[in-house]
Design a binder for this molecule. Structure first.
Ligand code: ADP
Length: 527
């Protein structure tokens, strides 16, 4: 309930005011200006209603004195005769409203309501004004990912917007200990005190904000620290996230105290900082994890590179000698030697896959563009695979229009793509199946498809089969060789060449069609 102080030397007026206002407000009446000033020194009032003409101190002077004690109080004067002169004087003195005597009860209540409404609007205005720097601050918070910068900006805003003369900001360590993160505008003497005893103030604000004035604080310890620091007031606000206290902001003023709206401002500001601080910490952690992953990835890439190259040489020697030995061996031994050559070949393909994958991932793959004729290139690849197909009695056919123009592409990489798709088609097609390679031009791209009558791929797996090491059959019941790298290498190369690859269609038990595109380049692209 708002508190109203009424001053008038006429008892009758005091009685009327009490009756009219008493229902809605907490009313105190006094008989003179002097009494009004004395009461205002002891109790806080929201509004002073005073007669202008009073013996001793008059109403305008009373209002002036009371305002000195309570700057936010509203003042309404009552007067029997109102001249322009008194009206102007009253306005100059910050009087909010007039009531002319004699007044009807509604006139009085209306004047009081108007004054309170004015005050409400004034407060609202202050609140809105204080939102602007908060809004700007918020924008800055959203874009700051460095925690140190963020915390220092909080201190800066405390000084520019809240009028703090000095600032100390404490952070809470994982151990729960508080450490002084930074301070601003402290004299060496103040800093020495803060370093020794500042924690006392910070720790008190771990749960709720603390506000203390050197002259009125009822905590002797706090009062003593403020006194030694030579400041008149302090406020500490926790910087608390969802479930954790991150730090405490401590502000000092050398003269006067922090108004309620300044305290509210600090409360909102530290709340926002806490959220931004958590985001920034998360961002930093993520960045760290990302950097670690990157260096691990680099290590892995280097390991594959070195290991693959080191394996290649002994493998080549092994294959060479085994081939020669196989030719010279007797039939029984030849069978064994051939098995060695075959499996060494498998190893060789695995190593090639690993190296290709590594080169695609690290971006080290260099394309060598040459003018190519698609028909002969595909025919060559089919011829290379013919033996494999024949072993399973699979028919390999090519259906490609004769008028596809020559274009620029990397022939080796294109052959690698086709070889992978064809070897999958052969691998996943049962005995006596059919595989057909077709091509067609559409605008500036050529589309090449490999169609088989194999086991098919469930639709739910269409996108995942292009992932590294992904295989539809689980490793435990695999019937086919491979490590699940072929399609991801194919995708990497096709995309690097500026094309796309996808499963055109597939029916389990019936067959699959893979298609990919290549741009019909009339000249090599610029590096
Ligand atoms: P892998 O070396 O295991 O063949 P790929 O990356 O080439 O690895 O293929 C991934 C998986 O996609 C294969 O293990 C297989 O399950 C499926 N797949 C690829 N091509 C075909 C196809 N033509 N028919 C049926 N399944 C296929």
């Amino acid at each position: 309930m708002e508190k109203i102080l009424v001053a008038d030397d006429e008892l009758y007026i005091l009685d009327v005011c009490r009756r009219i206002l008493g229902k809605k407000y907490d009313v105190t009446v006094v008989h003179s200006g002097l009494e009004a000033i004395q009461v205002a020194e002891e109790k806080h009032f929201d509004l002073l209603l005073t007669d202008i003409k009073m013996p001793g101190i008059d109403g305008l002077e009373t209002a002036q004195e009371v305002k000195k004690i309570q700057p936010d109080i509203m003042c309404i004067t009552m007067t029997g005769f109102s001249t322009m002169e008194t009206a102007i004087k009253a306005l100059r003195l910050g009087i909010d409203e007039f009531v002319i005597k004699p007044f009807a009860p509604e006139e009085l209540t209306m004047a009081i309501d108007r004054a309170f409404e004015k005050e409400r609007l004034r407060q609202e205005n202050i609140r809105l004004k204080s939102l602007l720097p908060l809004f700007e601050f918020n924008k800055m918070l959203m874009t700051t990912t460095d925690t140190d910068t963020l915390l220092k900006k909080v201190s800066g805003l405390s000084i520019s917007e809240v009028g703090a003369d000095s600032v100390a900001l404490y952070l809470v360590q994982p151990s729960g200990d508080f450490i002084l993160h930074h301070h601003q505008f402290m004299t060496p003497n103040q800093l020495a005190i803060i370093e020794e005893r500042g924690l006392e103030i910070a720790v008190r604000a771990r749960d709720i904000p603390l506000y203390a004035e050197a002259s009125t604080s009822d905590e002797p310890n706090v009062r003593r620290i403020l006194h030694d620091l030579g400041v008149s007031s302090a406020m500490s606000a926790p910087i608390a996230g969802q479930s954790k206290l991150h730090g405490v902001l401590v502000l000092f003023k050398n003269n006067g105290g922090f108004s309620l709206s300044q305290q509210n401002f600090v409360g909102v500001m530290t709340g926002q900082v806490a959220a931004a601080y958590e985001n920034a910490r998360l961002f930093q952690d993520l960045q760290l994890a990302y950097d670690q992953l990157k260096s691990l990835d680099h290590l892995k890439s280097e390991f594959i590179n070195v290991a693959a190259h080191e394996l290649r040489t002994p493998l080549a020697i092994l294959m060479g000698y085994a081939s020669v030995a196989s030719e010279e061996a007797n039939p029984a031994l030849r069978e064994y030697m051939d098995a060695i050559v075959r499996n060494a070949g498998r190893l060789q393909r695995l190593i090639d896959d690993l190296l290709n994958m590594r080169n695609i991932e690290s971006g080290e793959i260099q394309l060598e563009y040459r003018p190519i004729k698609l028909g002969p290139l595909i025919q060559r690849t089919i011829d290379d695979m013919a033996m494999l197909a024949r072993k399973k009695n699979i028919r390999l056919t090519l259906d490609i229009p004769a008028d596809i123009p020559s274009f620029f592409a990397d022939p080796q990489r294109l052959e690698l793509v086709l070889t992978n798709l064809l070897s999958n088609a052969i691998k996943f097609t049962p005995e006596a199946g059919d595989i057909r390679v077709s091509a067609g031009v559409n605008g500036q791209t050529v589309r090449i498809s490999v169609e088989d009558t194999g086991i098919g791929i469930p639709q739910s797996e269409f996108s995942r089969i292009f992932d590294r090491f992904y295989q539809v059959e689980s490793s435990l019941n695999r019937h086919h060789e491979g490590i699940g790298l072929g399609l991801s290498i194919v995708k990497g190369i096709v995309e690097r060449c500026g094309g796309k690859i996808w499963v055109e269609r597939s029916d389990v038990g019936k067959g699959t069609v893979f298609s990919f595109t290549m741009p019909l380049l009339s000249q090599p692209p610029e590096a």
